[in-house]
Design a protein around this ligand. Structure first.
Ligand SMILES: Cc1ncc(C[n+]2csc(CCOP(=O)(O)OP(=O)(O)O)c2C)c(N)n1
Length: 558
């Protein structure tokens, strides 16, 4: 009889699901998994903090539209990754978290890294959390966890693996490998639902398509383009779905926030086809600044819970966005569509006016660099096909004004948790998923402090990520909030010092550059990408300007 360990069974099921990389940080509890991954040639990207391993698995999932896997050891390894669990949960990112835990035989014995109920802690921030207690059940339960994580609505799952379950020796022949670990059966709309949607769209005067995370997860780009080109309907998106229609496309209206610029009563959308949209933070809640309350909504979402959450939808459709678009495309060609030319022009003019306004408003070139000038220089210096990770708070809001994406999944940034400090972790995962694509991480000087030691991970694993620190010597979004709400004389706990982040990166073996002039920033970014070495560019920027998206949000609170 040939025997294998529980850890080997975990790894064989991961291989059946085509898992190619695992992110993690070692602990004795995980040793069998480490050894089995190595014997099967699966690289382990070992990080300096468990939260970075979790975020890296999220970044991998987001950049590859696939499953990310993170493993953390018992006790503090598990508690350290909770922010990533919560982030993945709110953003529906399919990640399998494997946590080690104390041996079952040591229950209630005050043993090492034990005494907390990891499954109970994980349950509210996962789709499913479960402790495996029988080694022979590992293939069945790992497969179940992966199917749940990767099926709509996707999301994180946690499997807790006691040490004696992982080290147990089982008969290889008795352990069945599971087939079809990942399912591919997205929900399609009914014919009646598609008819109802067509009816509203064909009778609209100023229709728009809004695309959100569900449309991105469904990989709906090609079908979206076919449909809107046929119908002539402009498209707006959140950041995740940005790029499903290329930024250079004439029907691309902008991010959701730009709908706030269409203020005249005869210039507001009257019918909204919302594909995979999750109403809330990114649509300004129930405010009608972005989506007019009178607009008729066709809401297509694979998760029924999202439909009608903040907006009643006269046409509610529980379906995958790509399946919906396929069905619309089957009907769209035969229809006579109204001429939406004037409506398209109105949106194009608003976009051109905004760019001209920003160029004038943010033109100052003196030192320290204006943040709008810095992000413009960054956007202009990006190699084609780059992936940008947006961390910090105001930093990423500034970048939102200039971001261009010809291909979706190229700008990965905050979701509903709004956790600053996730950028370096996400970047590790994105770079592992796409070793040939340039990855730039834009990060605030506050945010970088959370996981700055990940420069070490980049160096050891040869991940040539370019990190640009928007150094305004402040937790700027917090400082500005204090200034507005409490008064500028009451600013406390939100200022930072003159830290030399580039020197910290150098100490780990990365390149480090300090930039105080705009032209040097462009040169630094180009040089950093050409070097093929992880690089930290610490750029001094002005703390005082507030990005337009934040001004919009503040105006809502005043
Ligand atoms: C983990 C976490 N802690 C605290 C906050 C509250 N918070 C929101 S914005 C912000 C300031 C971020 O500062 P920085 O990273 O320097 O970015 P900037 O606003 O300067 O671009 C803070 C602390 C948060 N969102 N997440």
């Amino acid at each position: 009889m040939v025997t294998i360990t529980g850890g080997e069974l975990v790894v064989r099921t991961l291989l059946a699901a085509k898992v190619r990389h695992v992110f993690g940080l070692h602990g004795a509890h995980l040793e069998t998994i480490f050894q089995s991954l190595a014997s099967h040639g699966v690289p382990i990207i070992d990080t300096r903090h468990e939260v970075a391993a979790g975020h890296a698995a999220e970044g991998y999932a987001r950049a590859s539209r696939g499953l990310g896997v993170a493993m953390v050891t018992a006790g503090p390894g598990f508690t350290n990754v909770i922010t990533s669990l919560a982030n993945a949960y709110l953003d529906r990112t399919p990640v399998l978290y494997l946590s080690g835990s104390a041996a079952l035989r040591d229950a209630e014995s005050n043993t090492l890294q034990a005494g907390i109920d990891q499954v109970a802690i994980a349950r509210p921030v996962t789709k499913w959390a479960h402790q495996i207690t029988t080694p022979l059940q590992i293939p069945r339960l790992v497969a179940q966890a992966i199917r749940l994580a990767t099926s709509a609505p996707t999301g994180p799952v946690l499997l807790d693996l006691p040490m004696d379950v992982l080290t147990a020796q089982v008969d290889e022949d008795a352990a069945l490998t599971r087939a079809n670990v990942v399912l591919d059966s997205p929900p399609a709309p009914t014919s009646a639902a598609v008819d109802a949607a067509m009816e509203l769209l064909l009778n609209a005067k100023r229709p728009i398509v809004m695309v959100g995370p569900g449309a991105w997860q469904a990989d709906a780009g090609n079908e979206l383009r076919r449909f809107v080109e046929r119908a002539g309907i402009p498209v707006f998106s959140d950041f995740q779905a940005h790029g499903l229609l290329p930024s250079s496309h004439a029907l691309w209206g902008g991010t959701y926030h730009k709908l706030s610029e269409l203020t005249a009563s005869d210039a507001r959308p009257d019918v909204v086809l919302a594909l995979g949209v999750r109403f809330g933070l990114f649509t300004m809640g129930v405010s009608d600044r972005l989506v007019p309350s009178g607009a008729k909504l066709i809401h297509v979402e694979a998760d029924a819970k999202e439909i009608g959450r903040l907006r009643d939808a006269p046409v509610p459709i529980v379906a995958d966005s790509r399946e919906m678009l396929k069905a619309l495309n089957e009907r769209a060609g035969a229809q006579r569509w109204p001429d939406f030319g004037a409506w398209q022009k109105l949106i194009r003019d608003a976009k051109a006016a905004r760019v001209a306004r920003h160029r004038e408003q943010y033109a100052r070139t003196s030192s320290p660099i204006h943040p709008y000038q810095a992000v413009t220089a960054i956007a202009d210096s990006l190699p084609p096909d780059a992936i940008v990770i947006g961390d910090g708070a105001e930093s990423y809001h500034w970048f939102n004004e200039v971001v261009r994406q010809e291909r979706s999944g190229s700008y990965i940034t905050h979701g509903f948790l709004g956790a600053v400090g996730f950028g370096l972790g996400l970047s590790l995962g994105a770079q592992v998923a796409h070793p040939k694509r340039p990855v730039l991480c834009l990060v605030g000087d506050g945010a970088i402090g959370f996981t700055i030691a990940e420069f070490d991970t980049m160096v050891r694993h040869k991940l040539p990520i370019v990190v640009v620190v928007m150094n305004n010597r402040s937790w700027a979004a917090s400082q500005h909030f204090q200034e507005i709400v409490s008064g500028s004389e009451k600013v406390l706990g939100t200022r930072l010092g003159e830290a030399r982040y580039h020197d910290v990166a150098r100490a780990f073996g990365a390149n480090g550059l300090h930039v105080t002039k705009l032209d040097d920033l462009r040169t630094a970014i180009k040089g950093a990408f050409a070097s093929g070495t992880p690089t930290c560019i610490n750029v001094e920027i002005d703390v005082s300007p507030i990005p337009p998206e934040i001004e919009l949000l503040m105006a809502r609170h005043n």
